[in-house]
Design a protein around this ligand. Structure first.
Ligand code: ATP
Length: 553
């Protein structure tokens, strides 16, 4: 049971920003010794030479692969991302960034130039660990908390080897075929479970590639005109495609997408892509994209030799054991990459729950697969609360919650479309600017709503699981569960829509008395304190501050 540390009543007026609440770091709970691999065992040597130092700083990278106590972590700079439209800017905690530049990670100069132009100066921890590992041709699983920059962690190594920004090799074009400019096949396939996420990844690629190179990447998402996508493939000959499983496999089955020579296969939100819904399409993709690894685990692959196999990158904030199993069967000596750790997947026990730190698994009955998968998926800067109310008062409690916290950009999660529509209607009746986002809306409706929410025209987005994964709205400062998520994994992805990239964020679960036990269970499973709160007379009142008992002990 969670230990109650201070059953006191805290009062905060509207004038006080909720960002100023005392922050309880989760890091202490998760500080465990890890089975980190050395750089040598990963094959990191001197081949990432930099002009600045003349030599790749191995010691520095080794530091990045081992746990650094927070107090000793270097603060590089404070990153403040500009808010779109009338949004305010939320401050980013700079400890998420390690003291390292993209330059030191072995990325090519053209790519670094583009990164600088777009304002990306310093890699996040997971990027600093993932980029050199992927550049060394390893198959990987990238697991780090929501909003920690996992997209660039795989996108940058791909652009180092594919497209116009890549490293120039001796044959002049970087593809090792000795024929500059010749390209017949797709070189990277990125799969995402939703249309919105797919489009977001495309935009991230386009941002880095720059306006002149937009055609290098093609989106193949469902809900959009398929023949137009096929026409673009034929005309533009992109080397990277990003899409949803159904659309990619459809176009591939029609013979319009040639991926047999593909070098990179990325499955973003892989645990969701492994679900039953996507089974057939994923099967086709795995069979037709690149050449699967032989599974021969003898010795590392020659990094200079041209790869004959595809490199498989699996990505998610939540990694259940099914993902570890998948990585083993689809990859070659796969590695698990976390913010400052690299763990051999072979060292993770095949039986029982997965312990992401590489330790032996716990005998604690609470440490089941769900717990293990969701743990470490939440940004440490998030604060979690729950508020008990009657079913018929939920929307009113939501309104009071938004007012009391003075939240500017709110995502409200519900489970059923009908109730979701009712909530929007009620919020609007109370003078709040709200909009619905769910799968029943048409493509145009979804895009427009999302755009309005991102630019601040809509204050409250009422949605369902469609938006729980990957949606990146920097200025979202409050997530509300108006209906409970089904489990800790769903809670983690919902919660992760706020507190992006080290920003502060608040998650409030509004539930009935009979549902409190579920919140307590989530607290235990996620090992985060979820305090009880109330909203009275425009004030946010913490009625009980809880301290979570770590799930893994
Ligand atoms: N090094 C960096 N410097 C500044 N901004 C960055 C950096 N890396 C990523 N970002 C920005 O941080 C935001 C969050 O990144 P991203 O969406 O990749 O997180 P994520 O870990 O994939 O989250 P989720 O698990 O929710 O999908 C994005 O807006 C991205 O552009």
């Amino acid at each position: 049971m969670p230990a109650l540390i201070s059953p006191r009543l805290l009062l905060f007026g509207e004038s006080l920003s909720f960002h100023k609440f005392p922050h309880v770091s989760r890091n202490a709970w998760f500080h465990r010794s890890v089975c980190s691999l050395s750089l040598a065992s990963l094959g990191f040597k001197n081949d990432h030479e930099t002009v600045e130092t003349g030599k790749f700083n191995e010691a520095k990278l080794l530091n990045s692969l081992t746990e650094v106590p927070k107090s000793k972590a270097k603060v590089v700079r404070s990153h403040v991302v500009k808010a779109a439209g009338p949004h305010r800017s939320l401050e980013i905690d700079s400890t998420i960034f390690n003291a390292k530049s993209f330059f030191e990670l072995g990325l090519p100069p053209l790519l670094i130039e583009r990164l600088e132009k777009e304002g990306f100066k310093t890699p996040t921890d997971v990027q600093a660990t993932a980029i050199p590992t992927i550049l060394k041709d390893h198959d990987v699983v990238i697991q780090s908390y929501t909003g920690s920059g996992k997209t660039l962690a795989y996108l940058l190594p791909i652009l180092s080897e594919v497209g116009p920004l890549k490293t120039i090799t001796s044959d002049g074009d970087g593809d090792g075929d000795g024929e500059p400019g010749k390209k017949t096949d797709i070189e990277a396939v990125i799969v995402a479970p939703s249309r919105e996420l797919g489009m977001q990844i495309v935009r991230e690629f386009e941002k880095i590639l720059g306006p002149a190179n937009k055609k290098v990447v093609q989106q193949l998402v469902g809900g959009a005109n398929r023949s137009r996508q096929e026409e673009a493939l034929r005309k533009n000959k992109p080397c990277i495609v990003v899409g949803t499983p159904g659309r990619i496999s459809e176009i591939s089955a029609a013979g319009k997408l040639h991926t047999h020579g593909c070098r990179f296969l990325v499955l973003d939100e892989v645990d969701q892509l492994l679900s039953f819904n996507f089974r057939e399409d994923m099967h086709r993709i795995l069979e037709h994209v690149g050449r699967k690894s032989s599974g021969d685990s003898r010795g590392p692959k020659g990094s200079l030799a041209k790869r004959a196999e595809r490199q498989t990158v699996l990505v998610s904030a939540t990694v259940p054991f099914s993902v570890i199993r998948a990585a083993r069967s689809w990859g070659h000596d796969p590695l698990l990459i976390q913010a400052k750790k690299v763990i051999s997947i072979e060292s993770i026990s095949p039986s029982g729950p997965i312990n992401l730190s590489g330790q032996s698994t716990s005998s604690d009955p609470s440490s089941n697969v769900q717990t293990q998968a969701a743990i470490q998926s939440l940004p440490p800067s998030l604060k979690h609360y729950y508020c008990v109310t009657k079913l018929q008062h939920k929307v009113d409690t939501l309104r009071r919650c938004v007012h009391a916290l003075d939240a500017k950009s709110v995502i409200v999660f519900m489970n059923h479309t009908k109730q979701l529509k009712d909530t929007v209607f009620k919020l609007e009746a109370r003078g709040m600017i709200a909009a619905e986002l769910h799968g029943d809306l048409g493509k145009l409706g979804r895009t427009t709503t999302l755009k309005k929410f991102k630019n601040g025209e809509v204050r409250i987005l009422v949605t369902n699981e469609l938006s729980a994964r990957g949606l990146d709205v920097a200025e979202c400062d409050l997530v509300v569960n108006l209906e409970l998520p089904t489990d800790s994994i769903h809670y983690a992805h919902r919660a992760g829509r706020t507190g992006r990239l080290g920003r502060k964020g608040t998650v409030v679960t509004i539930c009935e008395e009979s549902e409190v036990f579920v919140v307590k269970k989530l607290q235990r499973q996620l090992s985060v304190p979820i305090a009880t709160c109330e909203f009275t007379e425009g004030k946010f009142v913490i009625t009980k501050e809880e301290k979570a008992v770590p799930a893994l002990r």
